[in-house]
Design a protein around this ligand. Sequence first.
Ligand code: GAP
Length: 511
Amino acid sequence: MSDDLLKKVISHSKEYGFVFPSSEIYDGLSAAYDYGQLGSELKNNIKQYWWTAMVRMHENIVGIDSSIFMHPTTWKASGHVDAFNDPLIDNKDSKKRYRADVLIEDYVAKIEAKITKDVVKAAKRFGDAFDEAQFRSTNGRIVERQAQIDDILRRFKEAMDTEDLPAVKTLIEDLQIADPDSGSRNWTDVRQFNLMFKTELGAVSGDSGIIYLRPETAQGIFVNYLNVQKSGRMKLPFGIAQIGKAFRNEIIARQFIFRMREFEQMEMQFFVKPGTQEEWYEYWKQARLKWHQALGFGDGKHRFHDHIKLAHYAEAAADIEFDFPMGFKELEGIHSRTDFDLRQHEEHSGRKLRYFDPETQESYVPFVVETSIGLDRMFLATLSAAYAEETLEDGSQRTVLNIPAPLAPVKAAVLPLIKKDGLPEKAREILTMLQMDHNVQYDEKDAIGRRYRRQDAIGTPLCITVDHDTLTDQAVTIRDRDTMQQERVAIADLVARVNEKVGMTQLFAAS
Ligand code: GAP
């Protein structure tokens, strides 16, 4: 895995209509991207997989679609006005701006990489007899490095918990962290930077008209807790899910669609009886991991990472990290948010946001376990895991996107072998038959081999070829993207065969 893969994914995305730089004719806008004709299909399929798993498959989870603009007090109550900050630091020589926490995390990651290298080497040397846990706890160099990591993280956590920004700067200086760009160690003080975008409402100007673009979709769920609970007669535990845009004025937005200022989240707030939150937190960690693993990206592509620095609302938090081309990074967060948000909204709105428990005859504020995944990150995870350059048996090359078939932007391509003799007409009949259920392409240009390559490059799981025999035997040849095997299938069986290959049901059978 490397930056090289990321570069290939970026250029492939542009060439085939997955992702374009935003407003490119004006030289683009930093960290803003547009999803193209295939990108928006892939994005929709990811959303559908999430929505089906979270909402449709759970009787006690419902979905909403709340507005991006919310009453400004929402963000005071939620703590975002006061606490949704990143510590930033500037390099005085290069004039580049960094997140202080990211500089420290990157430093730690380098030590971790050295440990991993030693472990891999030892595993090779000792073979089956290798006991990783024992090696990690007894090897002098690893123990020393781990102690160094623990010390850095302890100092960092202490400084952040007490909002001691000079201590964060001292840590950066003690570790002699240099500007990754220029190598300079000439740093400014660390400052807090609020990540919310502000704008003005209608004709009202001044402080009273200030409104924020939501930095998370979750608050739209919290403020609707009672509306949904009452109108849907929901009983605890129950969940509210939503997919929508979120905005953050990130200090550095980079790595393609990994970190953007405008992005999309898929979030679910699960309301539970106080005291049961730990059990639900564990439940959702495992359920969400299974959802990822069902896509079959391979063992070892996901791992949990417990947060060192908890967000202002959380009592426990873990990330599901994915092995992106840039290494393991956060893909999804699972957060135990206590009753913080609902209580804050009670206090600031003066409205009761309680649940009357018919069993205990008590009224209380529910606790919340949240699952929150970035749709754009999931898109990048899918594309980077799917991208492959292969050398085939005959020595030729193909670039293929091994996108899980149910998520593929185009599910099948219908290809008449030649452009005459009634084959295009027959092919279009088949196209119409499949189009109602799936996104299917018709392609009659170029030799069949080139058409296969074009479909491989966009990840189409099935190519359906119509030839002269089709007109008499009412059958077509199906070519599978992954095995490249070809098979004759009766047109009468085609719908069932396509459904079997690309249907979402298989993802649920696997999970
Ligand atoms: N409601 C909780 C919340 O927003 P978060 O960890 O800040 O938690 C959740 O964000 C997810 O949103 C992340 O795991 C990530 O996938 C995605 N995300 C956050 N900031 C992002 C950004 N700037 N660009 C793209 N995705 C982002």
